[in-house]
Design a protein around this ligand. Structure first.
Ligand code: NAD
Ligand code: TDX
Length: 325
C-alpha cells in the first residue's frame, strides 16, 4: 500500500491504525515533509521523501504497489488565503500525477477529500451535504480539493480507473498540526495564552475523531464500490464558540476566557455531512460518539507530547500574528 501524505495528521494516524489492525499490508509512505509533515511518526513503514507531483517518482512507486491511499495535500484554509501556489501545485498537479500512474499500472486508488468542496450550509436549518450536493467551494484550499475530486471522477469515467472517493468532515485527535483550530486552542492554554476565536464564533463544524475517519477508510478500501463517493461525519456539530468553551472547561479554566480575533475571509458558515450511505452500505458508526471524551483524550495527548508540537507552535503563532488572527 502506497500512502501519500503519510507524515501528516490523518496519514500518520492512518499508518499507525493500519499497522495495528490490518497487519496484512506492507506500507510505503511518500511524503514531501512540508512544514506539516513529521517523519519520525511513520517509523514503522518504509519512507520515501518526495513530491507527489514528481511524475517519474510516482510512476515508480505506483508500479510497485497494489493500492494507493492519497492523503498528500496542502490542508489549511488560512494558508491558502495568504498564498495558494502550493495548493494548486500539490492538490491538483499531485493528484493528476497519481491518476496517470494508477491508470497506466491499473492500481486501485482511494482519494481523500473534504466536505469543504460543497461550500457551506446556512447557519439556521437542518440541511446536510450528501453525495449528490453540487460542488461550490469557497476558499482556494477547497477549490483545489474540488478540482482534484473532479479529476478523479473523470479518470474513473473516461479511463476506467479503479478509484473511490471520500469527503470527511473536520477531524480532531493526536498529531494534528497546531495551526488547526482545536490544537491551536489547547496549546494556547498549555502555554498560558487565551484561545482565539474568529469573529463571533458562530460558525458550525462537524467534529469526527481521526480514528473514526480511518476506520471508514478501511471499510471503503475493503468493500467500497469502485467509482463511488462516500461522505464521512460523526453527526456531532457544534459552534466554534461551544468548542472553545469546552476546551477551557476541560482544562480547568473559565469557559468564557477567550479572545475574539479578526474573522477569516469568506468564512464558511456551517458544515454537516449526511453519512447514511457509509453507515447503511458499509456498516460504519463512529466509536468516538462522545466528543467531550474524545476532546479530553486529545488534550491529554497535547499535554504529554509537547516535544512534538513546541517548534511548530512558535512559527505558527508568528504567522498568525502577522495577519492579526
Ligand atoms: P496535513 O497538512 O496534516 O498533512 C499533509 C501531509 O501531506 C504532510 O505530511 C505534507 O508533508 C504532505 N504533503 C503536502 N504536499 C505534498 C506533496 N506535494 N507531495 C508529497 N507530500 C505532500 O493534512 P491532514 O489534515 O492530515 O489532511 C490529509 C488529507 O485529508 C488532505 O487531503 C485533506 O484535504 C483531507 N481532509 C482533512 C480533514 C481535516 O480535518 N484535517 C478533513 C477532511 C479531509
Ligand atoms: O484560531 C482559530 N480560531 C477559529 O475560530 C482557527 C485556527 C480556526 N478557527 C475557526 C475557523 C473554522 O470555522 O475554527 C473552525 C475550524 O478551523 P480549521 O481548524 O482551520 O478547520 P476548517 O477550516 O474547518 O477545515 C478543516 O476541516 C476540513 C481542515 O483544516 C481541512 O483540511 C478539512 O478539509
Amino acid at each position: 500500500m502506497l500512502v501519500t501524505g503519510g507524515a501528516g495528521f490523518i496519514g500518520t494516524n492512518f499508518v499507525r491504525h493500519t499497522l495495528a489492525h490490518h497487519p496484512g499490508y506492507r506500507i510505503r509512505v511518500l511524503d514531501k515533509l512540508t512544514y506539516a509533515g513529521h517523519r519520525s511518526v511513520a517509523e514503522d513503514a518504509e519512507f520515501v521523501h518526495g513530491d507527489v507531483c514528481d511524475a517519474e517518482l510516482v510512476e515508480r512507486l505506483v508500479a510497485g504497489s497494489d493500492i494507493v491511499v492519497h492523503f498528500a495535500a496542502e490542508s489549511h484554509v488560512d494558508n491558502s488565503l495568504r498564498d495558494a501556489d502550493a495548493f494548486v501545485h500539490s492538490n491538483i498537479i499531485g493528484t493528476y500525477a497519481l491518476l496517470q500512474a494508477v491508470r497506466r499500472h491499473d492500481v486501485r486508488l482511494h482519494h481523500i477529500s473534504t466536505d469543504e468542496v460543497f461550500g457551506d450550509l446556512p447557519l439556521e436549518g437542518s440541511e446536510l451535504f450528501h453525495e449528490g450536493t453540487p460542488y461550490n467551494p469557497s476558499s482556494p484550499y477547497a477549490a483545489t480539493k474540488a478540482a482534484s475530486d473532479m479529476l478523479v471522477r473523470a479518470w474513473v469515467r473516461s479511463y476506467g480507473v479503479a478509484a473511490t472517493l471520500s469527503n470527511c468532515a473536520n477531524n480532531y485527535g493526536p498529531y494534528q498540526h497546531v495551526e488547526k483550530f482545536i490544537p491551536r486552542q489547547v496549546t494556547n492554554v498549555i502555554e498560558g495564552r487565551r484561545p482565539r476565536l474568529y469573529g463571533q464564533g458562530v460558525n458550525v463544524r462537524e467534529w469526527t475523531h481521526v480514528d473514526d475517519h480511518n476506520r471508514a477508510l478501511h471499510l471503503i478500501l475493503d468493500r467500497g464500490r469502485i467509482g463511488e463517493t462516500y461522505l464521512i461525519g460523526s453527526g456531532d456539530t457544534r459552534t466554534n464558540r461551544e468548542v472553545v468553551e469546552l476546551v477551557n472547561q476541560l482544562m480547568g479554566r473559565d469557559p468564557g476566557d477567550f479572545e475574539h480575533v479578526r474573522d477569516r475571509a469568506g468564512h464558511d458558515l456551517r458544515y454537516a455531512n449526511d453519512s447514511t450511505k457509509l453507515r447503511s452500505e458499509l456498516g460504519w458508526a463512529p466509536e468516538y460518539a462522545d466528543f467531550r471524551a474524545g476532546l479530553a483524550a486529545t488534550i491529554d495527548w497535547y499535554r504529554s507530547n509537547r516535544d512534538w508540537w513546541q517548534e511548530d507552535k512558535v512559527s505558527t503563532e508568528a504567522g498568525y500574528a502577522l495577519v492579526d488572527q
